[in-house]
Design a protein around this ligand. Structure first.
Ligand SMILES: [Zn+2]
Length: 207
């Protein structure tokens, strides 16, 4: 279904200039996160260190290492959201349901985009008749799931541009994993969060 870019889709939209996107390497500010080397974590806040800490390293052998504790609200995937992962998941589940969508379905569709774009190794891949364009920006190395002992996931991210609205969605193996396995769309303000209604729209276009 994903056909490689065919130059100039017939009937071309007149909204070029709004977001020229391709062709300007790194010309937009949305990077980091899964790609590694994310700046600005911690350091700037000395307040509120009273969140329950694990009791020192000396007795870390007790209990299963499986599910991690509630992640730090400063973790990159929390964005500026102050809710817990559980609260976010619960709220989003309701919104996904209202949009007639399941996390599984959303993850499945995003995975399709991810796979096609990563296989194209930097070449643009068209979806939805050329309305959506996906480009893999980087895909080196691996990183662990931050929520549980799920193992390592490929790094890298795909930019999915909706040429009609100019919006760019970032899709990473880890973000798809979080949706598929933890029903977690990430916190508001995270670069990788896609709102339930946007997911529903994407699924409609991509499905
Ligand atoms: Zn996981």
């Amino acid at each position: 279904m994903a056909n490689k870019r065919s130059d100039n889709p017939a009937g071309g939209q007149a909204d070029r200039g709004r977001h020229s996107g391709h062709g300007s390497p790194g010309g937009h500010g949305k990077r980091g996160g899964h790609g590694g080397g994310r700046p600005g974590r911690g350091g700037r806040h000395g307040r509120k260190e009273d969140r329950p800490m694990r009791h020192g390293a000396e007795r870390s052998h007790e209990g299963p290492p499986a599910a991690a504790d509630e992640p730090s609200p400063d973790a990159w995937f929390m964005g500026h959201d102050r809710r817990t992962v559980k609260e976010i998941v619960a709220t989003d589940a309701g919104e996904l349901a209202r949009a007639g969508l399941t996390a599984e379905k959303a993850a499945q569709i995003l995975q399709k985009v991810l796979d096609s774009a990563m296989a194209a190794m930097g070449a643009e891949v068209d979806f939805a008749g050329g309305r959506l364009k996906a480009v893999c920006r980087e895909s080196m190395g691996k990183l662990p799931c931050p929520l549980a002992s799920c193992g390592l996931l490929a790094k890298g991210q795909v930019e999915l541009t909706d040429t009609q609205t100019g919006r760019i969605f970032l899709i990473a193996p880890l973000s798809v994993h979080l949706i598929a396995n933890h029903r977690f769309l990430q916190g508001r303000g995270s670069d990788y969060r896609i709102e339930p209604e946007d997911l529903a729209q994407l699924v409609k276009l991509l499905g």
